[in-house]
Write a protein that binds this ligand. Sequence first.
Ligand SMILES: C[S@@+](CC[C@H](N)C(=O)[O-])C[C@H]1O[C@@H](n2cnc3c(N)ncnc32)[C@H](O)[C@@H]1O
Length: 430
Amino acid sequence: MLLIQEDARGDKPGLKYNRLRDAPVSAAWSEPEAREDKIHQIHLYPARFPAFIVERALEYAAARGVEVTRVGDVFCGSGTVTQVAGARNLEFWGCDINPVATLIARVKSARGEPERFNELAADISANFDRASSVPDLSPDAVSRLAPWYRPDQFGDLAKLRNAIGAKVPASDPSRAAFDCAFSAIVKPASQWRKRSVKPAMDARKAPTAVLQAFVRQCDFMSDAWAAMPNRPAPSAEILDGDVNTIERPNFPIDLIITSPPYATSYEYADVHQLSALWLGYADDHRRLRAGVIGTSTRRTDLGRALRHLNSIGMQVVFSLFEKDRALAEAMATYFLDMQKAVGRCHEFLRPGGICVFVVGNTQLNGVRIDNANHMVESLLAAGFTDIRVVKRSVTNKPNTPYRHPNGRLSSQPTGMHIYAEEFVLMAERR
Ligand SMILES: C[S@@+](CC[C@H](N)C(=O)[O-])C[C@H]1O[C@@H](n2cnc3c(N)ncnc32)[C@H](O)[C@@H]1O
């Protein structure tokens, strides 16, 4: 492990641009052979990280002598950390700004009740044909959703939504599980291009039949719960909110394990727009971009950024400025947001607590976006000490590292490059 410490005089050690070059690759943190529990596959989520990372972070905390009863994740996404913490009988506090993410995270972390879920699922399916095909949505939401569907598919999804509403009212504890099941099929039932993480229409795609997809999805979820230990879930607080403005947890956290969003890579509000509109989280999904870290739609005035960006953030933003001013402004926003988020993690941890960040570098317009080095500098500035760093190789990355600007993979080199390794940064709060 590479160890980075503040030097004796309290100065930041020479913040060379590529100071993490010497971080060793760790086999323990790289992909294991074992398959993950089914529960982690109940809903697709972009940039979800593998569950074993949580196990490694817990082992690391134990090796450092940190007693962990409360785990946190400030970018909790689809709830990988939440789920593993719960299975280990640990309390959890987490947040995410994307309501589709927190829905999945809550469902994954709750103790499933397969029998009741199966009964309700059978009732919903039996009522499907009788349900109205008029959606209970605002005209705005309908006008945004309808173009993504063939008319019969749209009508079937409205029927399913109405059948769920009739059998499982919003106040029922099982409702979140059915919202999650519904959310998992809205894309396969649409003309959204398969596997695309950007909104892209594919008129020739044969969409999956709604009722069959719902039945399959419910069976999958039920099997996933059946495979989990049947004991009461410990307390998990999963909040909808922005890490940089959310109220700090009532009880400090012992161990934060998190993977931040990448810059300008996934527009989470756009990727999940079909779910967000169907589930009534917004009538216009663009509203959900507010506060999202890494969106290209938020830009900072560079004059302000220069006063607050750390040195690595500044180098990257200057390198981009020559090529694409708008991108430089979006990157400046990203780096400032991340600097603040690191400070929030410091605030949320108890003294002696540990933070584990899983961070990847990218390349945009030919410029290396050195998130890992930026994070190290942010951690030191926030007051963290004893930063230990390893690289992990990411074998399930696609076989080309290049992407087109629309997000699709490219076999030819492009200005957008993703790496086959990530950094694990572990830092302690004194
Ligand atoms: C890399 S993903 C996390 C994936 C997660 N580890 C999992 O396994 O599903 C990053 C997450 O950060 C969230 N995010 C972006 N901006 C945020 C903000 N300001 N506050 C909290 N979460 C935010 C995104 O919605 C996304 O879910």
